[in-house]
Design a binder for this molecule. Structure first.
Ligand code: UDP
Length: 252
């Protein structure tokens, strides 16, 4: 399959060296994990759907001027992206309480938050990706104040735009996770959106029924994950191409 050596294998994606300097190929696997990888499975076609949904969302964000790493989709499971130095924090945006925040601060799932809540988590599996304050991030020298201001500015714009985009297709954007990277320029660098935006890292509820259309279908053993992701793609107007059954989702 992909040209170039493997750089890194994550839970849902594999990164390969891209064809040119400064590029990387993101390969979307079918693997699904939850609860810090204590729960694992493989769900046929998940990677194919996430690749195409993430392409659609990053291109839409690009149109409103959000800088991102996406260059082009190469195949059903691969996309070419710009190589960045990932800032090792997960930026979680919450519009409605769900998931870990409910037990952490004692708030009922489904509670609409008075304003978007942005949380930072360290990207550190060994520590269990703990929520940290901005001060922890600067203390650990992970990012400086200027970078964090830029990350917050971009995150708020992304949230405003995506809330509207999903609302228009009858979906509530409950929460989601973003990652950012540093893109080297000639004598400076820029903070840009990296990773992916897909139902794997968003919570998406149908406006009318509150049905979950995201990875909670796997986390909570609800079934119907592929149907839900396909419905999101369909409502977004993406004509999804699926892989034929004989092609496997592993990258070998
Ligand atoms: N999320 C993610 N990767 C992570 C942690 C969270 O994509 O490592 C996403 C998750 O899909 C949800 C949001 O961030 O849309 C908030 O997740 P939460 O902190 O509630 O954690 P969870 O309940 O998934 O453990």
């Amino acid at each position: 399959m992909s040209q170039g050596n493997m750089i890194y294998e994550g839970k849902a994606k594999i990164l390969f060296e891209g064809p040119e300097d400064g590029t990387i190929i993101q390969y979307f696997k079918d693997d699904a994990t939850a609860y810090n990888a204590q729960k694992k499975d493989s769900i046929s076609q998940k990677g194919v759907l996430n690749n195409q949904i993430s392409e659609h969302l990053l291109l839409a964000l690009g149109e409103i001027g959000i800088p991102h790493h996406f260059i082009k989709r190469l195949s059903l499971r691969e996309q070419l992206v710009q190589k960045v130095e990932i800032v090792p924090i997960e930026v979680i945006v919450r519009n409605v309480a769900a998931g870990s925040v409910c037990s952490r601060i004692g708030i009922e799932e489904g509670t609409k938050l008075p304003a978007p809540l942005i949380e930072f988590c360290l990207k550190d599996d060994a520590l269990g990706d703990p929520v940290v304050a901005r001060e922890h991030i600067t203390l650990l020298d992970i990012a400086d104040d200027e970078e964090l201001d830029e990350i917050l500015y971009l995150t708020n714009r992304i949230n405003d735009f995506l809330c509207g985009l999903f609302r228009a297709i009858g979906v509530r954007l409950i929460d989601f996770k973003l990652e950012f990277g540093r893109l080297d320029g000639d004598d400076s660098y820029e903070i840009i959106l990296a990773d992916e935006i897909s139902p794997d890292n968003c919570r998406l509820w149908d406006v009318k029924t509150n049905e979950k259309m995201d990875k909670d279908r796997f986390r909570r053993d609800l079934g119907g994950l592929i149907e839900a992701y396909s419905e999101i793609a369909k409502r977004l107007g993406i004509s999804i191409e699926l892989e034929d059954d004989s092609t496997s989702g592993d990258a070998s």
